[in-house]
Design a protein around this ligand. Structure first.
Ligand code: GMT
Length: 376
């Protein structure tokens, strides 16, 4: 098929899911055309079978807010016409599903009917999409898509609760490349970071408020206090980075904490990790947790959103109530001080990740493309 994929170009979340999907579909022989305002972080433009089309906006002095959604709709129309797209698959409803609806209507005027599939990821429903300033348009655009998928059962339920959506929503979970995300020997790296063989605790996120980075540091400080020699590696960057650095200074634990910034090869860091922390205040799936689990790293997370679907309490790690840093620290100490428990949970984590095998999940998307196209 000739497939148009639209996403945000982010290092994590929906941008990564869309890009990995594009790469896998291209390997299977589909022609993929990706659209975004910047090159998606995990996309190599030399990859065969994928063409990246940057959406450029003509900014005119009149525009305080240049209309990206219109430029994107125009790009979609161009690609449907000139690349003969069979289908548009947009990731993150806002504004992608709206631009796709517009492009679809324009093409319908030319008697060309192109199905639109919208994949809901999370904040497009929970934080941003349901905001009164966007809600009507997001609701309409999702409902007008020819196929809608959500990345977890939780997100599906949440979408029906927050919006008046009549469409069926199919849950197709996020997925993982099990060959790339697996524990590999990085002993040189481990030695450099942990000269005294300290335990390694990792957190990966975009450092937005919702990720609770200050809680990660509080939990780590408590684990240190318990006497477990350990290091905290923080991967990613974002609004709460400075606050987190200040907190480390205030607690006097800077020498044990490393801010690694945005990284391409997260699996290298996960390969030396003993524990992964994700205490988020909202999380519809928790792709970062899945990446850790695939590298055989037990996870301690909050018990909200889609996280309990991915991280199984007492098996692949532990779940705690939101903001309960005592609970997270206690479980952290428990896992890190019991080698047998750690080994069991590490093995379970990898086994659980295997349920999200990229090859299997991408086939689900292909079947969904066929079903939706056949109905049109
Ligand atoms: O906040 C983020 O992590 C980014 C956001 C996005 O849409 O890019 O992530 C959402 O989608 C991810 C991929 O499906 C999910 O794994 C995350 O749980 C979800 N984030 C939230 O719900 C906060």
């Amino acid at each position: 098929m000739n497939i148009g994929i639209v996403c945000y170009p982010t290092f994590g979340g929906s941008g990564v899911v869309a890009t990995e999907l594009a790469k896998t579909l291209a390997k299977k022989g589909h022609n993929i055309h990706m659209m975004s305002y910047a090159k998606p972080a995990r996309l190599d433009t030399l990859e065969t079978g994928i063409t990246y089309h940057e959406v450029s906006i003509n900014s005119y002095p009149l525009f305080e807010y240049p209309p990206y959604d219109l430029a994107l709709a125009t790009q979609m129309v161009n690609l449907i016409e000139y690349q003969d797209l069979d289908l548009l698959h947009v990731h993150y409803a806002l504004p992608h599903a709206t631009s796709a609806y517009l492009a679809k209507q324009i093409m319908a005027e030319k008697a060309r009917h192109v199905p639109v599939i919208t994949t809901l990821h999370g904040t497009d429903i929970t934080l941003v999409g349901s905001d009164p300033s966007y809600k009507h348009v997001v609701e309409f655009s999702i409902d007008k898509s020819d196929g809608v998928t959500a990345v977890s059962e939780y997100l599906k339920k949440e979408t029906y609760e927050r919006f008046n959506i009549k469409q069926d929503i199919k849950v197709i979970p996020n997925f993982i490349d099990l060959d790339r995300f697996k524990k590999s020997n990085k002993s040189h790296f481990k030695k450099a970071i942990c000269p005294n063989d300290e335990k390694v605790i990792v957190h990966v996120s975009n450092f937005r408020k919702v990720k609770r980075v200050p809680e990660v540091i509080t939990v780590f400080a408590k684990i240190l206090e318990s006497g477990i020699e350990s290091k905290l590696l923080l991967v990613g960057d974002g609004p709460d980075r400075q606050k987190a650095e200040q907190q480390c200074r205030d607690l006097g634990i800077c020498e044990h904490v490393r801010f690694l910034g945005k990284l391409e090869q997260v699996e290298d860091v996960l390969s030396i990790a003993d524990l992964f922390l994700i205490p988020s205040g909202s999380e519809t799936f928790g792709l970062a947790a899945l990446e850790a689990m695939s590298c055989s790293v037990p996870v301690i997370s909050s018990n909200i959103g889609g996280l309990p679907e991915v991280n199984i309490h007492g098996e692949t790690g532990y779940l705690c109530d939101l903001d309960d840093v005592e609970c997270m620290a206690e479980y952290g100490v428990k896992i890190l001080s019991d080698a047998d428990l750690h080994a069991k949970m590490a093995a379970n984590a990898r086994k659980q990740a295997e349920r999200y095998n990229q090859d299997v999940v991408v086939e689900e998307y292909e079947r969904f493309y066929e079903d939706v196209s056949a109905k049109l």
